[in-house]
Design a protein around this ligand. Structure first.
Ligand SMILES: [Zn+2]
Ligand SMILES: [Zn+2]
Length: 247
């Protein structure tokens, strides 16, 4: 059995977040060179030290829809800031974006909370129609009830990310948790995304470790969003509909 073809990288940073080193153009060129069809530009929300002002996210509209043949999604990796699952961008900005990633980060979420409190933060974020993907939930710095998170993601139709950099360069010790996330995602049939979490253009499209984990867990191709732009478009359209139902 071969690997599924990956046509998109849904988690990429630019120099605008203050601790990454490539521009939108450099990331798009790297994606084009790899033959990717789509990338999501997802810089950290404003509460991350050194990251962009909220106005940066409003002005993402200036980025062309296609650069060098690669479709560009205008997004954010929002910070979940408390156990209520609140994000660090207001709704009027979130609604302007194509894709909203959300996750727990060291500098923007209290550390050493209980597993119950960390889990609550993720469950609340999953319930929000403004959150499209929960990123790197396997971070051992924020232990969570993995099955509760996956069951909730399945119920609310929210995607869970397998983050390649968690398995290669950062968030050391994530692998066991990520393996559990992957196998439960397969069992509950949740949507899954792969993200390089590239902080420099050389890492754009590098999702091999996360893809291997998804394949080993038996996640179905139709649930792995990165395997088709149509799948991504359909998923994001479904998410938009949830937002409209709320208004
Ligand atoms: Zn992150
Ligand atoms: Zn990231």
């Amino acid at each position: 059995m071969g690997n599924f073809a990956v046509v998109a990288d849904l988690h990429i940073h630019t120099i605008s977040c203050g601790h990454a080193y490539s521009t939108v153009q450099e990331n798009a060129a790297a994606a084009a060179a790899l033959g990717l069809e789509m990338i999501a530009i997802t810089d950290h929300g404003p509460s991350m030290p050194g990251s962009a002002h909220p106005y940066y996210f409003k002005n993402l509209v200036v980025i062309p829809r296609v650069i060098g043949g690669v479709r560009i999604l205008r997004g954010v990796e929002a910070n979940i800031t408390n156990v209520n699952g609140d994000l660090d961008l207001p709704l009027n900005l979130l609604t302007r974006l194509d894709i909203v990633l959300a996750g727990l980060h060291k500098r923007t979420f209290p550390q050493r909370l209980s597993e119950e409190e960390n889990t609550s933060a993720l469950l609340k974020a999953i319930e929000s129609p403004y959150v499209d993907v929960i990123v790197h939930p396997g971070n051992p710095l924020f232990p969570v009830n993995i099955e509760a998170v996956i069951a909730h993601a399945a119920k609310y139709g929210t995607a869970i990310e397998l983050n390649n950099s968690s398995l290669t360069v950062t968030r050391t010790g994530s692998k066991a948790n990520c393996t559990s996330f992957a196998s439960l995602a397969a069992a509950y049939d949740t949507y899954v995304t792969l993200g390089s979490d590239a902080h420099i253009s050389f890492d754009v499209g590098r999702v091999e470790a996360a893809l291997a984990m998804a394949m080993a867990a038996g996640i179905k191709e139709e649930r792995l969003l990165n395997t088709s732009c149509q799948r991504i478009d359909d998923y994001l359209a479904m998410r938009r509909k949830k937002r409209e139902e709320l208004v």
